[in-house]
Design a binder for this molecule. Sequence first.
Ligand code: PLP
Length: 490
Amino acid sequence: MIRKTRLHLVQNEGLLFEESSPGKKAYQLPGLDVPAVDPAAVLDGQAREEIEGFPEVSEVEAIRHFTRLSTYNFAIDLGMYPLGSCTMKYNPRVNEAVARTEGLAWAHPYAPVEHVQGCLEVIHRLEANLAEITGMDAVTLQPAAGAHGEWTGIMLVRALLESRGNPRKKILVPDSAHGTNPATAAMCGYSVANIPSNAKGMVDVAALAAAVDEDTAAMMVTNPNTLGVFEEQIHEVARLLHAKGALLYMDGANMNALVGLSRPGDFGVDVMHLNLHKTFSTPHGGGGPGAGPVAVKKHLEPFLPTPRVIRGKEGFEVVENLPQSIGKVRAFHGNFGVLVRALAYIMAHGGAGLRRATADAILNANYIRKHLAGHYELHTEAPSMHECVFSDDKQSPQGVRTGDIAKRLIDYGFHPYTVSFPLIVHGALMIEPTETESKQELDLFIDAMKSIAREVEEDPQLVKSAPHRTRTPRVDEVLAARKPILRWRP
Ligand SMILES: *Cc1c(COP(=O)(O)O)cnc(C)c1O
């Protein structure tokens, strides 16, 4: 039974271009009280007479158009995203309110330092808080996203190794890694060597010991890894790398499982990035601005990007000239609005609150794991942190794959989970509920997933042809990828 959704009235919507009629306007301006100027005369013939095909509609038509469109999408404000923090966890509204504070939202990056002491304090405090949370010594807030943070972090590794006389040649990456890790290594001029996972889904330490040598610059590890499993041998991984003069990079995209519980700096990590837009309260489902701060141990600090904010005798200062710095990686101080949200989130929770949020995220993932374990094939017996990974092995004999189950889930009123990732699990269903979901919502999700498992047994075609209750039925994904139509033509 589908308990969460019901078909309801939302009108069909054409394109705004199709609703246009010439001469309609959504505004009325009073008559000029100064002499009119001919734009063509002032702009030296550059003025455009008409924007061709520009839609002309009334105010209410514009409002209705966009309001109707806004109802076509799923949203975190409508229900749970089992894609979790990596795509869209719920971000408390209070952090949005703080980011809109006038002095923060309107500060100009060229304003004199003495006029923006508050903004510099936000930067300074956030760096200190993130250093505390990660157990590292120094932080740069400049990188604009996780992948950009990875690139910055590996450039820091290269700079340190170069200063020791040899940048080395390769970076080790586990086979469960996010695609950005090998891409980062390649962009920083390193070759990539894959390290296999063992039966528990963790880095195979024996394989690592065999692979690490004097040519190894670093290993990039996500912890907990993309299976949601904590790398139990992470100390040993760090020891093996350090013994050969290599560094341990941690991809911190999964910090939603660690904040307040465990600090990467304490288990041997030299350098890592955080995704503030995943863990620290910036909405990013649509790909909006993010921030990928990089936290480092003391030996990498001299190489951090400039400018850096320091606390001087007279207040906060901005330092541009640091001889060993890799230079700027982004304009000014990074995406400042995202930084404000992160600091607001951290301060609103406090240490105990952050730890509780992490514990709730882990509890919720394990609640789902426990209840779905008999109905979907669990990928690993290793304990789950903030996400659990199943495969479609129980359903594929009926011809139903993970993508079909995800499409059917839409009919039940949920956004699909992460489909077919991580790549090392054939037919993966990755589920991350995050900390904010209530038991009621989790139970509805579990019921929906069990119900779909039953449908696969009784009527697999129903699942294979889903979704049935959406405005657009199943799309031809191959055609959409191969021959996308990206432009409207009259
Ligand atoms: C999201 C993610 C990244 C990339 O982060 P962006 O902010 O999207 O660039 C890297 N690694 C892992 C494990 C991730 O989940």
